[in-house]
Design a protein around this ligand. Structure first.
Ligand code: SAH
Ligand code: SF4
Ligand code: F3S
Length: 457
């Protein structure tokens, strides 16, 4: 069994009494980082660290970072400069700045050098060293190495449920890393090999969430559909076990790999009432040649066949996806094949990105030959085509009655609530007193982009 939080907290107790420091953790990138940020808070002794939201009030600022595209990393470098600038302007001393997450893993101690070096670098499997390291820096002991990275097979962090904001879905990371080698992708390098959390640990975590009032979980991983525990229990079997937890009402999951969406998994999703009928299945491209060059391990027909099967066995199922445009060698015709996929599937939501070359990944050996302006144009065209398809789809829902669960107050209009349907459609309603977690019947009256407007009935 891995190093779970209970072992780690014993180490925290050894830290002697000291003043309270303000800490701000900014989270970038994917949900895995959102979960890890909560796990880091769980590792820090609350009598020594108080969470801050303002960078001017924090003694320590940790940036939990993403390396997936070049732009994501640039954002962090400018953020480090900005934090220091704002502190200088306010006449405040520089805070301790630390880098966590994927950039920490990718760049390691290089982040401690250069024009804007940081004080601390802690990679994705080493957050348990943060309490000791922060003690070392803040109490000026100064004896520990300031860059701790490298993958540890058995380390799985657990985010304590009480630290979550009162929204509906509690993230539960079920495994880390990735064993696929999509040629464009940095994640296998930053997150390491796929390693499963013990199903017993997952169930314990979910029981704690339920005991703390949670009713919904989102099972998280780069590749949840490839979950397998000691060859005995696959993702479908894990879903069955999670669904058997009393008190839990809804289960979502992110991200499934199309390659592992086997018929028996889709059957299970369709049969288990608690499992929400929403599949986020990144296709990346509609061209078989590009899919091969990306090493995605499925063809467009495999993918479309899977969508068709899912529609048959999962009532009310909705789909979302990711695309990369301008992958090396993508021709205008191959890009048109991608647009065809939009028309064939009719996704609820599409996340699309311009290809960004990542150092050291296999695709970096291919010439990044689609010009930047061409990538921009393809991205804009994809977004426009999806918008047109979605406008038609969404208008067809007006007048329907959906069941949706209250997630939070809406930002606009005042007094309105934000709800989500089981198949992941956002709905805003106003004009009544509600509570987070309430289930409401809503008549759909309109929509703005992917958010629907409705009246409670
Ligand atoms: N594990 C998930 C996705 C992880 S990364 C999966 O396999 O689908 C999230 C998304 O970022 C990917 O789906 C892809 O669309 C995009 N992405 C990853 N690497 C990229 C790169 N080098 N350039 C542009 N987009 C990229
Ligand atoms: Fe990256 Fe591919 Fe793994 Fe997803 S499946 S994390 S895209 S290597
Ligand atoms: Fe980014 Fe790392 Fe997630 S690269 S997308 S934060 S796994």
């Amino acid at each position: 069994m891995g190093n779970f939080q209970k072992d780690i907290s014993i180490r925290n107790e050894a830290v002697p009494t000291r003043p309270t420091f303000g800490i701000l953790i900014e989270t970038y990138g994917c949900q895995m980082n959102v979960y890890d940020t909560q796990a880091i808070f769980g590792l820090l002794d609350p009598s020594h660290f108080s969470a801050q939201e303002d960078e001017l009030a924090a003694d320590v600022i940790l940036l939990n970072t993403c390396s997936v595209r070049d732009h994501a990393e640039h954002k962090i470098f400018s953020r480090i400069g900005e934090i220091r600038h704002r502190r200088r302007e306010a006449g405040l001393p520089y805070p301790v700045i630390g880098i966590c997450g994927c950039m920490a893993e990718r760049l390691g101690k290089n982040l401690r050098k250069g024009v804007n070096p940081v004080d601390l670098v802690v990679g994705v499997d080493n957050y348990d060293s943060l309490p000791g390291l922060l003690h070392d820096i803040l109490d000026e002991v100064g004896s520990l190495p300031r860059a701790v990275t490298g993958h540890r097979a058995d380390t799985h962090y657990v985010a304590p449920p009480a630290l979550y904001p009162t929204n509906n879905s509690h993230l539960v990371t079920i495994h880390k890393g990735c064993d696929y080698r999509c040629t464009y992708c940095i994640v296998p390098a930053t997150r390491g090999p796929q390693r499963e959390k013990d199903p017993e640990a997952i169930l314990r975590e979910i029981r704690k969430i339920v005991a703390a009032g949670g009713r919904e979980v989102t099972l998280l991983g780069q590749n949840v559909s490839a979950y397998h525990w000691q060859k005995e229990l696959d993702f479908a079997a894990l879903l069955e076990q999670v669904a058997a937890e009393p008190g839990l009402e809804r289960i979502r999951f992110l991200t499934g790999h199309p390659r592992d969406m086997f018929p028996h998994l889709m059957d299970t999703i369709g049969q288990l009432e608690k499992v929400c009928p929403w599949l986020h299945l990144p296709i990346q491209s509609g061209s078989n040649r590009i899919l091969r060059r990306m090493k995605r391990l499925y063809t467009r027909d495999d993918y479309l066949g899977m969508i068709e099967y899912a529609r048959r066995v999962i009532p009310e199922v909705s789909f979302s996806t990711d695309f990369i445009v301008g992958f090396p060698g993508e021709t205008p015709t191959e890009f048109q094949d991608t647009l065809e996929i939009l028309r064939a599937v009719k996704y609820d939501q599409v996340f699309s990105f311009k290809y960004s070359e990542r150092p050291g990944v296999p695709a970096a050996r291919l010439e990044d030959d689609v010009q930047e302006q061409e990538k921009k144009d393809r991205l804009a065209e994809l977004i426009a085509v999806q918008k047109e398809i979605w406008e038609r789809e969404a208008s067809g829902f007006i007048g329907q009655i959906w069941t949706a669960v209250v997630e939070s107050p809406a930002r606009r209009p005042k007094g309105a609530w934000r709800l989500r349907t089981a198949n992941n459609r956002k709905v805003v309603i106003s004009g009544m007193e509600l509570e987070v977690g309430d289930s409401v019947s809503v008549r759909i009256t309109g929509h703005q982009n992917t958010t629907f407007l409705g009246d409670a009935i």
